[in-house]
Design a protein around this ligand. Structure first.
Ligand code: 5MM
Length: 341
C-alpha cells in the first residue's frame, strides 16, 4: 500500500469533528467493566454489548474509526454482518488492537513492556484480509518513586516503532499509544517531564525504524496531575501543558493526535479536549479523542445487560460521542451535558 493510501485512511479516522471509539477491551478488562454492572462476561453478552455500540444510529457523525478486539473482528453483529463490514458500511473505519498486553519488564520492578512482536507480520496480514484498516498498540509508562526508567521507556518506544513499521508494511495505519498512567500522587509538572521524555524517545525510534509519519496516528495521554495529587491542575492548565508538550515533541507531519481518557471522568475528558482547541494556538495536527471509558461509560451503565435498555444505551453513547465531537472542534459547553440525549 502506498504512503498516500495510509495518509488518506489516517485522515478519515480523524476527520474534523470526529474521533475514535476504543472498544478493544480484552476479555479480562471487559470482565472488570461488566462486573461493575452485574453482567456475566460471556461471549454472548460481549457480542450483544458490542453490537449495541456499533449499531448506534448516527454514530459516524462523530466517530471516524472504531478499535476492535480480536474476538470482535472475527465475530458478526446480531444481524449476521461481520463487525468490520458493518462499520465500514456505516462510514466508520474498522481497526484492531494487535498488542499482546503489557508484561513485567525484567530487572525493572514496577515497570511493564508491551509484548506481541513475534508473529505480528502474519497476524497483520490476516487482520487486513478480514477488514481492518488500522491497528493499535499500547505501551504503559508508570510514574512512581524512581520510575519510569530509561530502560522501560526505550524498550517500549522500540517495540512501538517496530510494530508501526510492520503495520504500515501490511497497509494498515498504526495508532501508536504510549500511555503515561494517571495513577499516583505526582504533580502535573512531573507528568509533563515524563510525557515529554516518552514522546521524544518514541519519535526518535519511529525515525530509526523508518515509519512514515504521514501514515500514523498518535494516541497519547494528557499532561495531567496524578489522581491522588493533593493539588490537581485545573482544566485550563491541563490544556495548556498538554498542547505545549505535544508542540514540543510531535512532528507536524503526523496527521492526527487522538487522546485516551485514562481514568478521567467523562466530563473532564471532554472539557480538557475542548479547552485545548480554545487556547488560540494553531495546531499542526488534528487533535481529537480515542476514548474507551469516557465514551462508553454512560451506555454501559444504562444497558446493564438488558435488551430492553439497548435503545436508551445507544442514545447515551450517541450523546457522549456528540459532545466529544463538539470538543474536537472547540464547540463544547458544559450546559450541553444536560441536553436530552
Ligand atoms: C488506555 O486504554 C485505551 C483507551 O481507553 P480509555 O479511554 O478508557 O483510557 C484502550 O483502548 C485500551 O487499550 C483498551 O481498553 C484495551 O485495554 P486492555 O487492558 O484490555 O488491553
Amino acid at each position: 500500500m502506498s504512503k498516500q493510501a495510509l495518509e488518506s485512511t489516517a485522515k478519515d479516522m480523524v476527520a474534523p469533528g470526529k474521533g475514535l471509539l476504543a472498544m478493544d477491551e480484552s476479555s479480562p478488562t471487559c470482565k472488570s467493566r461488566f462486573d461493575k454492572i452485574g453482567v456475566a462476561c460471556t461471549e454472548e453478552n460481549r457480542r450483544a454489548y458490542r453490537d449495541l455500540l456499533v449499531t448506534t444510529k448516527g454514530l459516524s457523525e462523530f466517530i471516524g474509526g472504531a478499535i476492535l478486539f480480536d474476538e470482535t473482528i472475527r465475530d458478526k453483529t446480531l444481524a449476521g454482518t461481520p463487525f468490520a463490514t458493518h462499520l465500514a458500511k456505516s462510514g466508520i473505519v474498522p481497526g484492531i488492537k494487535v498488542d499482546k498486553g503489557a508484561k513485567d519488564l525484567a530487572a525493572h520492578p514496577g515497570e511493564k513492556v508491551t509484548e506481541g512482536l513475534d508473529g505480528l507480520r502474519e497476524r497483520l496480514a490476516e487482520y487486513r484480509e478480514i477488514g481492518a484498516r488500522f491497528t493499535k498498540w499500547r505501551a504503559v509508562i508508570t510514574i512512581g518513586k524512581g520510575i519510569p526508567t530509561r530502560g522501560c521507556i526505550e524498550a517500549n518506544a522500540h517495540a512501538l516503532a517496530r510494530y508501526a513499521a510492520l503495520a504500515q508494511e501490511a497497509g494498515l495505519v498504526p495508532i501508536v499509544e504510549p500511555e503515561v498512567l494517571i495513577n499516583g500522587d505526582h504533580t502535573i509538572e512531573r507528568c509533563y517531564e515524563v510525557t515529554e521524555y516518552t514522546l521524544r524517545t518514541v519519535f526518535a525510534e519511529i525515525a530509526v525504524q523508518r515509519v512514515a509519519l504521514e501514515g500514523m496516528v498518535l494516541k497519547p495521554s494528557m499532561v495531567i496531575s496524578g489522581l491522588e495529587c493533593p493539588q490537581r491542575a485545573d482544566v485550563q492548565e491541563v490544556a495548556q501543558q498538554t498542547v505545549r508538550c505535544l508542540l514540543d515533541t510531535v512532528p507536524a507531519s503526523v496527521p492526527g493526535v487522538a487522546f485516551l481518557s485514562g481514568g478521567q471522568s467523562n466530563e473532564e475528558a471532554t472539557a480538557h479536549l475542548n479547552a485545548m482547541h480554545n487556547l488560540g494556538v494553531e495546531l499542526p495536527w488534528a487533535l481529537t479523542f480515542s476514548y474507551a471509558r469516557a465514551l462508553q461509560q454512560p451506555a454501559l451503565e444504562t444497558w446493564k445487560g438488558d435488551a430492553a435498555n439497548v435503545a436508551a444505551a445507544q442514545k447515551a453513547l450517541y450523546h457522549r460521542a456528540k459532545l466529544n465531537g463538539a470538543a474536537a472542534l472547540g464547540r463544547y459547553k458544559a450546559s450541553m451535558e444536560k441536553e436530552a440525549a
